[in-house]
Design a binder for this molecule. Structure first.
Ligand code: FES
Length: 133
């Protein structure tokens, strides 16, 4: 039987998480994907110029909602601009010209479905609140 410590470690392992069908997910430039770890671990799934990109949804500067940011291409680099203070983040690498680094996640498309590699469960719908009692 696994110890509590082993279970905690296992739950942090990165796994491919099924998000949904390409046909549905490609019709919006960005959508919020909920994490079972909670608000701070939610993910933005971008679909830009035929490619999917995933990064943490809360800006590494002060937590702004990157899913609401503008997406622009400059010199072949796709970037999202945080709506709160306009910091840029490279959609592929998560790097910002400010020196900040946004966590990005691997994405793959297989058999018409989009998968994101993440330690938590991911869902298009919010996870139910867990009672602390
Ligand atoms: S919170 Fe995103 S740039 Fe400040």
């Amino acid at each position: 039987m696994a110890s509590a410590e082993e279970e905690t470690t296992a739950s942090r392992d990165l796994m491919w998480r099924l998000i949904g069908p390409v046909s549905e997910l490609s019709n919006r430039q960005c959508r919020l994907i909920y994490s079972s770890f909670g608000y701070d671990s939610d993910v933005c799934l971008f679909h830009v110029k035929g490619d999917f990109f995933a990064m943490d949804a809360r800006c590494s500067h002060s937590g702004g909602p990157l899913c609401d940011g503008d997406i622009e291409e400059a010199n072949g680099v796709l970037q999202v601009f945080c709506p709160w203070h306009d910091y840029d983040f490279n959609l592929k690498t998560g790097k910002s010209n400010t020196g900040l680094q946004q966590q990005v996640h691997e994405v793959k498309v297989e058999d018409g479905s989009v998968f994101v590699k993440h330690a938590s469960l991911l869902s298009l719908k919010p996870f139910p609140m867990v009672s602390k009692n």
